[in-house]
Design a protein around this ligand. Sequence first.
Ligand code: P6P
Length: 353
Amino acid sequence: MSSKIVTIERHIFEKQKRFPQATGELTALLYDLALAGKMIAAETRRAGLNSSIQGAAGTTNIYGEDQQKLDVYADSMIFKLNDHTNRLCAMASEEHEDILQIPAHYGKGNYVLLFDPLDGSSNIDVNVSVGTIFAIHRKITKGETGTLADVLQPGKRLVAAGYMIYGSSTMMIYTTGDGVHGFTLDPSVGEFLLSHDDIRIPEPPKFYSCNQGYEKQWTYGVRRYTKWLQGIDGEGHAPYSARYIGSMIADFHRNLLQGGVYYYPHEMSKPQGKIRLLMEAQALAFIAQNAGGYGSDGIGNILDVQPHKLHQRTPLFIGNRSLVERAEHFIRQHDQAWVDEYRAYREQAAVEA
Ligand code: P6P
């Protein structure tokens, strides 16, 4: 007899029993996201065969990056599945310059949904795993409609976070702060079934993930850190294996399950880094921390950073705590000028809504 079959709904329901005040709203919201994941997975599977969904959309997002047709599809799918459920007061997508209001004719709820609809989408046409990243905050302002202040919250206030990864199988990973749990889509029944309960990042780590093509542009401390990871500079420990897929969600997922560090550091010409604080880094750092790991901007815990604008970028070092703290050590030791400059950037006052 197979072990008990646990769907996302059953898993959250069983966990929620410990929180009598839980209303089931969050369960339903996570279920809506699971449905969006199934829809996006189906299209991603077909991308290779379906030119109407493959390739560039001919538009660019607010960063000037070419949008892929699947980016646009995933973005609109997540919005449409969540704009009428009375669970959200606002949304924010990596693909839109401003926060997304709930249409006037729909009821508003107590949560805010932040998402990157399709991370790594430039890899779709070469059949590399991509993913959807989401983070959920509770509304903190008065009134019905969500505002920028409800979105610009530090990651330590997150209520839940997770991601879907569209790879050799489709998985949904989530945490509500009570462990990190993984579900694998069984396409024969169209359900996500519990496959990885209470994930903990294993020690010792195995991998390091970074784009060493940019090494020349990194600060000295980050270059020394990278040499340390390779066993070239330091106490002569065995080198970690290099694995860089070019799709953060795929690198993060492998490191979550097998141990390792992913970093997309600041560069001389980009002191703020590339990764988006609100739609990517907060969610992954909340997940990493709930799996025994850690997410840092090179100075300290990313979950402590008070965002000051919607599309704020951040350097990101994430994975095994031991490896991320080692990065902070090298940066503290060698990159004081950058530390001072970046600290001033990240501690700016929040932009007016
Ligand atoms: P590069 C995708 O755009 C992304 O944000 C991550 O998924 C990925 O790790 C990184 O950028 C790849 O960027 O500059 O190494 O090609």
